[in-house]
Design a protein around this ligand. Structure first.
Ligand code: RBF
Length: 213
């Protein structure tokens, strides 16, 4: 799935079992054609790794600027769901994690999914997808910088793995290439799905004191 014949890129594809995972996706609605292809690529690789459709939650936001906040709130929402199914024990702790390094997923302990039922576990990873295209003002630079930093911050603050699916493009053409549209380039969404599964599986291992490679 990864681009071949070049030095750049994530290297040989690795296989991890995504079947127990719950994955969130949030995407911006700006630059629809690019986003829709990236979303398709992401879903393709999540499904190929065994992630079940009912365990993928997709949300949209107007633009890329809204992505970090949405990621943070989605993670909290998944913790709230988990707390409700676990008898409400975590409800008060899950009210607001901003500025905290607590990972409540680890505290609750993750249970094995019963096959056929929709997971209410906290997300194992959230993928944030957006496409920023440079215009003639400084807008692009400010948003790219702010969103990149905030996505990193939210993953460090919450402990939920956040996949950086933000394309910062100098031209529309670059967007078509990176979304694999019209046979051009490689669909980066596929790599984002794989990264989410790998981090999700490793995170479960780390939460249990195990190092999965
Ligand atoms: N959002 C994107 O996801 N990609 C863009 O290329 C993009 N360009 C924008 C250009 C301008 C001039 C403005 C005002 C907004 C743009 N946005 C873009 C939307 C932005 O991320 C956000 O949704 C809005 O600023 C509302 O907070």
């Amino acid at each position: 799935m990864a681009a071949t014949g070049t030095i750049k890129g994530p290297g040989e594809a690795r296989t991890y079992d995504g079947s127990p995972l719950r994955i969130g996706i949030v995407h911006a609605r700006w630059n629809k054609q690019i986003i829709s292809s990236l979303l398709d690529g992401t879903l393709r690789s999540l499904r190929a790794a065994g992630v079940r459709d009912e365990n993928i939650v997709i949300q949209t936001v107007p633009g890329s600027y809204e992505l970090p906040y949405a990621v943070q709130r989605m993670y909290l929402a998944s913790q709230t769901q988990h707390a409700a199914t676990a008898g409400g024990t975590l409800t008060s702790a899950a009210t607001d994690l901003l500025g905290s390094s607590t990972d409540l997923a680890g505290l609750g302990g993750q249970k094995k999914e019963e096959s056929g039922s929709e997971s209410k576990e906290p997300f194992d990873a959230i993928i944030a997808i957006g496409a920023l295209i440079k215009g003639s003002t400084m807008h692009f630079e400010y948003i790219s910088d702010a969103v990149s930093h905030a996505l990193m911050k939210v993953q460090m603050d919450t402990g939920c793995a956040v996949v950086f699916g933000l394309l910062t493009l100098l031209t529309e053409e670059q967007g078509l290439e990176r979304a694999g549209i019209d046979g051009k380039g490689h669909n980066h969404g596929e790599d984002w799905g794989s990264a989410a599964v790998e981090l999700g599986v490793k995170r479960r291992g780390w939460n249990d004191g195990k190092f999965i490679e």
